[in-house]
Design a protein around this ligand. Structure first.
Ligand SMILES: [Zn+2]
Length: 273
């Protein structure tokens, strides 16, 4: 029962964050400020009241139209809000938020740390939504988004050191920063940026610090797999052979590693026992 209440609250909180993500997706490519300026209708410019901004529900109540000029509101808004809510809830579900291990219950600092990691994972997913949408449209990953992910990784690293000390797995995270990004950076320089974008390299460095080297490798493999499958389908369907934005696929790979990485690592290391 407690868990149901928790997940509902988490979902509501995350869809509110989701409406902020919509603002980021819209304004960052235009180099507009993402704070301070009030939201307004894209068509008539009318400033939106707080009750117009309530995520998901306002879209449903207004039936997808602006209250003032009746212009259609893009379905992207509620979709992003819902996606962010769902990803946050899934982060906590796949992360076994209700601890099963006895020492996680006894040691409060470990419980707080693992909760913190899940919270940071949810924030990471939010940033990846922004990266996915912007890279898909502009073929560019905003530097600010990568910096936010780097900060998430640093917070995790420092917190890990506080809880587990130098005997913990801090080295795994530091190696994670380099394990994928260095080979990608070499490809970047050899191909002069044609094979892969600089933003992708930075994304995998920052995300690698957060994930640790094992999950960073899984994220890369999963991302390349998604990228090649979907790219082949797109080329077959629409004959598109043009530029490929890697950001969305790498983001999907990172989320895959975040949720299922530890099971993949367990399964894989089972071969060597
Ligand atoms: Zn309007």
């Amino acid at each position: 029962m407690l868990s149901v209440v928790f997940y509902i609250l988490l979902f509501v909180y995350a869809i509110i964050i989701g409406s902020f993500l919509n603002v980021c997706i819209l304004r960052i490519p235009l180099k507009e400020t993402i704070v301070s300026k009030r939201s307004h209708c894209m068509k008539c410019g009318h400033q939106l009241a707080w009750y117009d901004l309530f995520p998901l529900f306002s879209y449903i109540f207004l039936r997808g139209k602006c209250r003032y000029c009746k212009a259609k509101i893009s379905v992207q808004y509620p979709v992003i809000e819902f996606t962010n809510g769902a990803l946050a809830v899934l982060c906590f579900m796949f992360g076994d938020f209700w601890p099963h291990e006895i020492d996680a219950i006894i040691r409060l600092d470990i419980f707080i740390y693992s909760t913190m990691v899940l919270l940071l994972s949810a924030v990471l997913c939010s940033v990846l939504i922004v990266i996915t949408l912007i890279d898909w449209r502009t073929f560019e990953i905003p530097l600010g988004a990568n910096i936010v992910i780097l900060i998430l990784g640093l917070i995790r690293l420092v917190w890990n050191l506080i809880v587990y000390g130098k005997d913990g797995n801090w080295l795994e995270y530091i190696i994670g920063f380099f394990v994928v990004s260095v080979p990608l950076a070499i490809i970047y320089y050899i191909s002069k940026g044609r094979a892969i974008g600089g933003g992708d390299v930075k994304l995998m460095a920052a995300a690698g610090l957060f994930l640790g080297w094992k999950l960073a490798l899984i994220a890369l493999i999963a991302g390349c797999l998604y990228g090649s499958i979907i790219h082949i389908i797109r080329m077959k369907v629409s004959g598109e052979g043009k530029q490929l934005a890697m950001g969305p696929y790498l983001s999907a790979g990172i989320v895959t590693a975040l949720w299922f990485g530890k099971y993949i690592v367990e399964w894989y290391s089972g071969f060597f026992k």
